[in-house]
Ligand binder design. Structure first.
Ligand SMILES: CC(C)(COP(=O)(O)OP(=O)(O)OC[C@H]1O[C@@H](n2cnc3c(N)ncnc32)[C@H](O)[C@@H]1OP(=O)(O)O)[C@@H](O)C(=O)NCCC(=O)NCCS
Length: 180
């Protein structure tokens, strides 16, 4: 199991099947917040669905297509952060994240992103990381801005949220521009 230290209080641990109850509990208790911008939340209604997600991400990790981590504060699983759409030709991947309501507003996601970006540039030898979010998702936007990502553009009607087409913002960080 991959484990990345974020700081004295936080670490990222690659998701394992035994984490499914904790992942599901965070989704379930923060459902109202999470479903606003994450359409899959409405379909994640039982622990079994979180287990299937973790198993899928384990297969993707074996194929070097994605890696999903739990964000841990001590023994508490706060949320999930992942690398996905890993393109080996372009040496690029995207970061996605969500966190439970009671852990928001503490810098846990921004600091976890820092650790994951460091790992991606140094260990995985990626050249570029992207973060994409729905235009209206201001809280998510602050994260790449805080980390110094460049805004690269808007993909119009590139996602669907509760039956409506929505625009997606793409922000990127090149390895050569990362100040760590
Ligand atoms: C988007 C989301 C992950 C942001 O979570 P967050 O807790 O606001 O993000 P951070 O961990 O970076 O915390 C930032 C806040 O912590 C504060 N903070 C405290 N200590 C900090 C530190 N050491 N470092 C950075 N920020 C710190 C910041 O000032 C900021 O406060 P604010 O909320 O008053 O602006 C969260 O709102 C979420 O899960 N939303 C629903 C799912 C979602 O939209 N996911 C993204 C899809 S693209």
């Amino acid at each position: 199991m991959l484990e990345l230290k974020v700081n004295e209080a936080l670490c990222l641990r690659q998701l394992q099947p035994e984490h499914a109850p904790l992942v599901f509990r965070q989704i379930h208790t923060s459902r109202k917040t999470l479903r606003r911008f994450l359409p899959w939340v409405d379909y994640n209604t039982h622990e079994e669905h979180s287990l299937r997600f973790i198993q899928l991400m384990q297969r993707k990790a074996d194929d070097q297509d994605a890696i999903a981590f739990g964000m841990w504060r001590g023994e508490e699983l706060c949320g999930v952060i992942d690398l996905h759409n890993w393109d080996h030709n372009l040496q690029k991947a995207e970061i996605g994240y969500w966190i439970g309501d009671s852990f928001q507003g503490k810098g846990i996601v921004s600091n976890s992103c820092r650790a994951l970006i460091r790992f991606a540039f140094k260990q995985l030898r990626l050249n570029k990381i992207e973060i994409r979010f729905v235009l209206q998702n201001e809280r998510s936007a602050y994260i790449p801005i805080r980390l110094g990502f460049s805004r690269e553009g808007i993909l119009r009607h590139s996602a669907k949220l509760h039956g409506q087409y929505v625009d997606t913002v793409v922000m990127g960080m090149l390895k050569g521009d990362w100040k760590g």
